[in-house]
Design a protein around this ligand. Structure first.
Ligand code: HEM
Length: 140
């Protein structure tokens, strides 16, 4: 396995952990749970998200950037990550009412799923593009 492949696998693992953690914290936010203030609950997401970003940067460099290439779905992931961070801040910290926090939480999850689909399917339009038809050769 190459370092690029390893980075993509680590990135994928961090993506799953990040989503599970974000969904859990959102549920605790909706329940006004004191668990949200626990030390490990506040620290772990920073570690997971740092791994998510570092592995993404290493994979992007090794697979694309060092060859002067940048696929559009990587741009989707970079812009999407920024949107996800801002929505996440509103969901768990800045939202003034629970309705605002809940809406930001749902939107953040939707953005996260869109980014994941773009990364997994390697396309900026994962919900639009039909799978390529199988190549067919007609022999007469
Ligand atoms: C919330 C943010 C992000 C999510 C949810 C996300 C999600 C994903 C997923 C699900 C994959 C497929 C993993 C696999 O095949 O095992 C992937 C691949 C990848 N991601 Fe991300 N990603 C995010 C941010 C980023 C960022 C910021 C970058 C670039 C700096 C990036 C670069 C990549 C690259 C290079 C791949 C490999 C694509 C390929 O195999 O052609 N990702 N991402």
């Amino acid at each position: 396995m190459t370092i690029a492949q390893l980075s993509v696998h680590i990135h994928g693992l961090a993506v799953v952990l990040s989503l599970i953690g974000f969904i859990l914290r959102g549920i605790w936010m909706l329940q006004d749970s004191p668990r949200l203030k626990a030390r490990w609950v506040r620290i772990t997401p920073h570690i997971v998200d740092t791994v998510l970003l570092l592995s993404a940067l290493i994979a992007s460099y090794l697979m694309f950037w060092r060859y002067g290439v940048n696929p559009d779905y990587v741009t989707v992931m970079i812009v999407g990550l920024i949107v996800y961070i801002v929505l996440g801040l509103f969901a768990l910290r800045l939202g003034k009412t629970k309705a605002i926090r809940a809406s930001a939480w749902v939107l953040a999850i939707a953005v996260f799923l869109y980014i994941s689909a773009a990364g997994a399917l390697k396309t900026a339009t994962p919900f639009l593009s039909a799978p390529a038809p199988a190549a067919s050769v007609s022999v007469r």
